[in-house]
Design a binder for this molecule. Structure first.
Ligand code: PLP
Length: 340
């Protein structure tokens, strides 16, 4: 099965979960504190000129490889906040154009994601009216992602899909800094307990979570420290240093990690477009080979006591994390890269 976060409203990626939640939470806190909103009110009043005027005193900053900026930028600007998005070199031009059209201040860097985040953090530190959405450390962002666990459980209940010790659920999650897949995995564990098995997928040029957890060094090590370049077509996953918060919180709850090459993502992107007419961005394909990786991991299957019978009754779910907003001409380029 495939979970189509690519088709989530507003920003077309998994970032619609964490990013929009964190901004709404922040807006709610400010409005309640100012006596303009109570928990019993109809919250649609936040979408009004009066509230836009109020929120325009405040600003929001974020560092991003693209999609988090898109999500935070659009919701923040719509509510009336001043918003700056610090974009790494990986960010696609169309994402920057889209944000500027919303009146967002886009700051571009020629370096990778970690520096973009650091610059955003710096900007916010010097301004008490600025809230920094911290992709590496924010618990609100994490909780926004985690709601996906309950949502998926409700969908499974509705569809009559059972998850139990005899009918395990495997979920394959593309991982960048770790907040998205970590938060979703946390929510899935709350919803399905030991019967859900989460596997993280990373580009072979950006395996930051695998490296951080495997060495136990978490955010004290980067892929660049090992001579790996952190250059990948999967811009949503182009992160060289994982979140230490997520790695430490989640390492005992994740079953495994694997990496894949950019070309495999392109080929799967093309295959999915041709066979299912589902259009995703490269990052969102990283979970696709997961089922094959798990079913050929003999020692893991044995250690976990996944008998052939249990595996016959298992559900495999790929988290398709983004691509819903990719312009047609960009999609055509992705399809061309598949070369098949
Ligand atoms: C951000 C992103 C991810 C991974 O989320 P992280 O929080 O960075 O680990 C996966 N897929 C897409 C499309 C993304 O934009």
């Amino acid at each position: 099965m495939v979970k189509l976060d690519a088709y989530l409203p507003v920003s077309g990626s998994i970032k619609a979960r964490g990013g929009i939640y964190e901004v709404l939470f922040h807006a709610e806190s400010l409005a309640v504190k100012a006596g303009l909103l109570s928990y019993q009110d109809d919250y649609s009043k936040l979408h009004s000129d009066e509230f836009r005027q109020f929120f325009s005193q405040y600003s929001i900053a974020v560092g991003s490889t693209g999609n988090l900026g898109l999500s935070i930028g659009i919701i923040s600007a719509t509510l009336g906040f001043k918003v700056s998005v610090h974009m790494s070199a990986d960010a696609r031009q169309w994402k920057k154009d889209r944000l500027r059209a919303h009146g967002v201040n886009v700051v571009e860097y020629q370096s990778d994601y970690s520096l973009a985040v650091e610059k955003g953090r710096e900007e916010a530190r010097s301004d008490p009216l600025c809230h920094f959405v911290d992709d590496e450390n924010s618990t609100n962002l994490f909780l926004g992602y985690a709601v996906a666990g309950e949502r998926l459980k409700a969908q499974f209940d509705e569809s009559g899909i059972d998850v139990s010790a005899d009918k395990p659920l495997f979920v394959y999650l593309p991982c960048g800094v770790g907040g998205g897949p970590g938060g979703v995995a946390f929510g899935l564990k709350l919803a399905f307990g030991d019967n859900v098995h989460c596997i993280f997928a990373e580009p072979s040029h950006s395996p930051c979570m695998l490296l951080g957890v495997h060495t136990g060094l978490h955010d004290a090590v980067s892929v660049q420290d090992l001579g790996i370049d952190n250059v990948t077509a999967a811009d949503g996953l182009a992160v060289g240093r994982a979140s230490g918060f997520v790695g430490r919180a989640m390492e005992r709850l994740i079953d495994g990690y694997y990496t894949l090459h950019d070309q495999e993502m392109y080929e799967l992107l093309s295959l999915l477009a041709k066979t299912e007419n589902i259009h995703l961005e490269p990052s969102a394909l990283a979970g696709m080979p997961g089922i094959q990786r798990v079913l050929s991991a003999g020692s893991y299957l044995k250690r976990m006591d996944f008998t052939p019978e249990k595996l016959n009754n298992a559900t495999h779910l790929v988290w398709a994390t983004g691509g819903g907003m990719v312009p047609e001409e960009e999609m055509a380029k992705y399809l061309e890269m598949a070369g098949v």
